[in-house]
Design a protein around this ligand. Structure first.
Ligand code: GLU
Length: 289
């Protein structure tokens, strides 16, 4: 079976040089290995994603000379698949509803931090400080019936008991030079949110479900997602999904060494194209020339 690669941007801004690097690496790997390249539009965040950004993704990738298979998978059209995965985790008793608002969580964190440092996840966000896990079944039913919004959180301790000793095969490199068989540490993320009352999925859940449904065998993506791979491996095992290989790549940075953002105009592909930069020069700029 030929290897399957994917580029999976979110249409919440215009693509920049960092996206070009990731997309070109995927495209080149697919060509070198006789593999397939899929494009997936990760548009579950309805408040931030826009159709014009999606159109721009197709235009910019085609301009770079990248070809991908159709149809493109758009996550917003597959909520039933993610819902089914949540049901599976719920049947394993690994999910619980947490009813605190963002503001309430911030207050709880501040209260905990008053007593000393409170742990943060690898992205720097405080771990969930609440105790919704210990609400009684009656209390949960009452709160859900009252219509309060809630998030579905993974009971990380219980999940790690079911799937201990996980690792993944890193073909690229982590931020600290990690490569080869890397031990997974999903507990560093605490009780992550996997769905919400109004959106029955999350980045972690949909990426894992889609990579499996699309048969992706090698995931080529930026090092900013290296540590999230621990959560992805855990979900793959809990859901009985196959294990892909991972190839995390260095991030393209601006002159000041900062990670590129979708709003930084000087590195936007549209701006570069308007300034007369060619796709061949884009390759050189990201070190693939
Ligand atoms: N949609 C994610 C992003 O734009 C990438 C997901 C992934 O490659 O796993 O950052």
């Amino acid at each position: 079976m030929p290897p399957v690669f994917r580029f999976a941007p979110s249409p919440n801004g215009f693509l920049h040089l960092g996206h070009a690097y990731s997309a070109l690496l995927n495209f080149d790997r697919a060509r070198q290995t006789g593999g397939r390249l899929l494009l997936r539009i990760e548009d579950i965040d309805a408040a931030r994603c826009r159709p014009d950004y999606e159109t721009a993704i197709y235009e910019d990738l085609a301009w770079l000379g990248i070809a991908w298979e159709t149809p493109v998978r758009r996550q917003s059209e597959h909520l039933a698949d993610y819902h089914a995965a949540l049901e599976k985790l719920s049947a394993l008793r690994l999910l619980y509803p947490a009813f605190e608002s963002r503001a309430e969580i911030a207050k709880l964190v501040a209260a905990r931090e008053a007593g000393g440092p409170w742990p943060r996840d690898p992205d720097g966000a405080p771990l969930y400080p609440g105790d919704a896990k210990s609400l009684s079944a009656d209390e949960r039913t009452r709160l859900i019936a009252s219509g309060v919004p809630y998030a579905l959180r993974l009971d990380m301790a219980a999940a790690c008991r079911r799937a201990a000793g996980l690792s993944w095969n890193e073909l690229g490199e982590g931020p600290d030079g990690e490569r080869g068989i890397v031990p997974a540490r999903p507990e560093a993320w605490g009780d992550v949110i996997l769905g919400r009352k109004e959106t029955p999925t999350s980045y972690h859940l949909s990426v894992v479900v889609d990579d499996a449904l699309q048969g992706v065998s090698e995931i080529v993506r930026g090092q900013d997602l290296f540590y999230a791979t621990s959560v992805h491996r855990l979900l793959q095992v809990l859901l009985g999904l196959p294990e892909p290989a991972y190839r995390h790549h260095r991030l393209i940075r601006d002159e000041a060494g900062r990670k590129l953002s979708k709003s930084s105009r000087s590195t936007g592909l549209r701006e570069l194209r308007a300034a007369g930069v060619t796709p061949a020069v884009i390759r050189q700029l990201v070190g693939l020339g």
